[in-house]
Design a protein around this ligand. Structure first.
Ligand code: GYE
Length: 330
């Protein structure tokens, strides 16, 4: 069955699986035998994680703007942080016969079946932002996004320096979504760095699901059961901002009584850093839209792309945040 037929069939049968009907092609190839498609005829399906954070909102905006600028038709879905919704969205894109699928996997595992369906339908898949954990790397063309282990290490390096003179440092960690690449890797990179000195102890670690409400709620509970917290390491700004609310409600001063280090550097986080409520932020750029468009147009032209495209990013102190804020895009 070719792509046209699939899209015709899909119109009336969105929920019927088509796995096995299509001819198998390699996930690494783009375009087709007849050469590149005119860009304004390309259709791309993007399965987004959700709208859990400032980072995600900026990422969605950037992707939608980049596709609009390039005049490429973008079908967009929001999975509300649920893997089953994302799998449904990807299946629907397969059934509609889109030219490319891009997605940011909510969690790392459990993708092989649906990605094999895309591969069987000859639709190349691009991972943006988050990785999948699969033995079969032919299931996607490239993974475009940050190095989250590196981000965790950068947070750890700052902590080691900041607490150089301390004898004992009690740390609480607000984890991202359980099973998500940035939650796993940011914990790992951080633990590796602080693990070198046993004066650092993670006294509590729990998921706040990358949301402000989650960060607040978890922090409230942690403050009750841990009287002596020196530092909060939040896997994103939003959870750090939620923690600030909880710390203030407990009558403590965020940034002073309890230091805070986060990841992302979205506007609200940068403002809190400028205000001294957060002490250090590791940047994670959500601006992946242009790169994603480039990957897709390169593939459409019959070109190849690197299997891993790493985003370059920096870190921010209070002074650097004050300087960067006026021109910050997100
Ligand atoms: O750090 C967080 C978002 O996957 C890098 O997801 C992304 C993370 C980001 O919810 O704010």
């Amino acid at each position: 069955m070719n792509k046209k037929l699939i899209s015709i069939a899909a119109a009336g049968a969105l929920l019927i699986g088509l796995a096995g009907c299509a001819s198998g092609t390699d996930a690494g190839s783009g375009g087709d035998a007849s050469g590149p498609k005119p860009v304004d005829e390309l259709v791309v399906g993007f399965a987004q994680v959700g709208a859990e954070s400032g980072w995600r909102t900026a990422n969605t905006k950037d992707i939608q703007a980049a596709f609009a600028d390039a005049d490429i038709d973008l079908k967009f879905s929001d999975a509300q942080q649920k893997q089953e919704n994302q799998i449904k969205a990807i299946r629907s894109y397969i059934q509609q016969g889109v030219d490319y699928i891009a997605f940011s996997p909510v969690v790392e595992t459990g993708w092989d079946a649906v990605l094999n369906e895309a591969k069987a339908a000859g639709i190349p898949v691009v991972l943006t932002d988050r990785a999948v954990d699969s033995k079969d790397d032919s299931l996607y063309v490239t993974f475009l996004g940050s190095d989250f282990i590196e981000e965790g290490k950068k947070a750890g390096d700052w902590v080691v320096e900041e607490f150089a003179d301390a004898d004992k440092v009690n740390i609480v960690q607000l984890e991202g979504t359980t099973g998500a690449a940035p939650a796993i890797d940011r914990a790992e990179g951080f633990a590796e760095v602080i693990g070198a000195d046993d004066k650092f102890e993670i006294v509590a670690s729990q998921t706040g699901d990358f949301t402000r409400a989650g960060g607040k709620q978890v922090m409230e509970a942690m403050l009750k059961s841990n009287p002596d917290i020196d530092l909060v390491y939040a896997h994103n700004d939003d959870m750090g901002l939620g923690a600030i609310e909880a710390i203030e409600a407990a009558g403590l001063v965020p940034g002073e009584d309890i230091k805070i280090v986060t990841v992302d550097a979205v506007k609200d986080g940068m403002q809190a850093l400028a205000d001294g409520k957060i002490n250090f932020i590791v940047e994670c750029s959500p601006l992946l839209g242009k790169q994603l468009v480039d990957v897709i147009t390169t593939l459409n032209d019959g070109g190849t792309v690197e299997k891993r495209i790493v985003t370059e990013e920096t870190t921010f102190t209070q002074e650097q945040a004050i300087e960067a804020l006026p021109t910050r895009q997100y």
